[in-house]
Design a protein around this ligand. Structure first.
Ligand code: GLN
Length: 196
C-alpha cells in the first residue's frame, strides 16, 4: 500500500487525509521527523507559510524535508505549501525549502479576492475542476524542466516538475479529488521506480 504523509504542523492537514484516502492510498499526519521514513510521498498543506516555516525550524524539519525531496520522493505543495516548495518568492529574500524551480508571488490575487472558486482545466488531470482559492499565491515562472498544468486569468496556478507538484488552490476542500488522485499516481510511480 502506498502511504502519503501530510505535514501536520499548521493549516488544513486533516482534510488532506480524507482526500488521500478517498483517492485510494493510506495517509498519516506527519508531526515528527522520524515519520518521514515511513511514507512514500508528502503533502505540504495550505495555511500560513511563515507560520509553517517557523514550526519547520522549531521541530527540525528543514533539512529532513529537503533530503526527502532529493531522494526522489514526491512532494505536493498546496497554497502555502507551494510557497514553501518554491526556489524564489517575489519581493522576499526568504526561501524556505527551495526544492522546486518556480517563482511565486504571495497573496497574489489581491485583497478584494481573498477567496473565490472557479472551474479550471488542469492538463492531464481534470477538466472543469472545482478549484477553491483562499488568499492564494500564483506562480510567476516555471523553470525549464517544469510544466504548467493550469492557469487562471493568465496566471499559473498549477505546475509540476519531476516529483514536485504545486497548486495555488485547495484540493482538499471539495469532493473533487482528481488533483489528489493525480498526486497519488505520481507517488505510486515513484515508489515503483525507487524500488528498481
Ligand atoms: N497567504 C498564505 C501564505 O502566504 C497562503 C494562503 C493559504 O494557504 N490558503 O502563506
Amino acid at each position: 500500500m502506498t502511504t502519503i504523509g501530510v505535514l501536520g504542523l499548521q493549516g488544513a492537514f486533516r482534510e488532506h487525509v480524507r482526500s488521500i484516502e478517498a483517492s485510494g492510498a493510506e495517509s498519516v499526519v506527519v508531526k515528527k521527523v522520524e515519520q518521514l521514513e515511513n511514507i512514500d510521498g508528502l503533502i505540504i498543506p495550505g495555511g500560513e507559510s511563515t507560520t509553517i516555516r517557523r514550526l519547520i525550524d522549531k521541530y527540525g524539519f528543514l533539512e529532513p524535508l529537503r533530503d526527502f525531496g532529493k531522494q526522489g520522493k514526491p512532494i505536493f505543495g498546496t497554497c502555502a505549501g507551494l510557497i514553501l516548495l518554491a526556489s524564489e518568492i517575489d519581493g522576499s529574500y526568504d526561501v524556505h525549502l527551495g526544492l522546486m524551480d518556480i517563482k511565486v508571488r504571495r497573496n497574489a490575487f489581491g485583497r478584494q479576492r481573498e477567496s473565490f472558486e472557479v472551474d479550471l482545466d488542469i492538463e492531464g488531470v481534470a477538466e472543469g475542476y472545482n478549484a477553491v482559492f483562499i488568499r492564494a499565491p500564483y506562480i510567476e515562472g516555471v523553470g525549464e524542466s517544469g510544466k504548467v498544468l493550469a492557469t487562471y486569468n493568465g496566471h499559473i496556478v498549477a505546475a509540476q516538475q519531476d516529483g514536485y507538484l504545486a497548486c495555488s488552490f485547495h484540493p482538499e476542500l471539495t469532493e473533487d479529488h482528481r488533483m489528489t488522485a493525480h498526486f497519488v499516481k505520481m507517488v505510486e510511480e515513484s515508489k515503483k521506480s525507487l524500488a528498481l
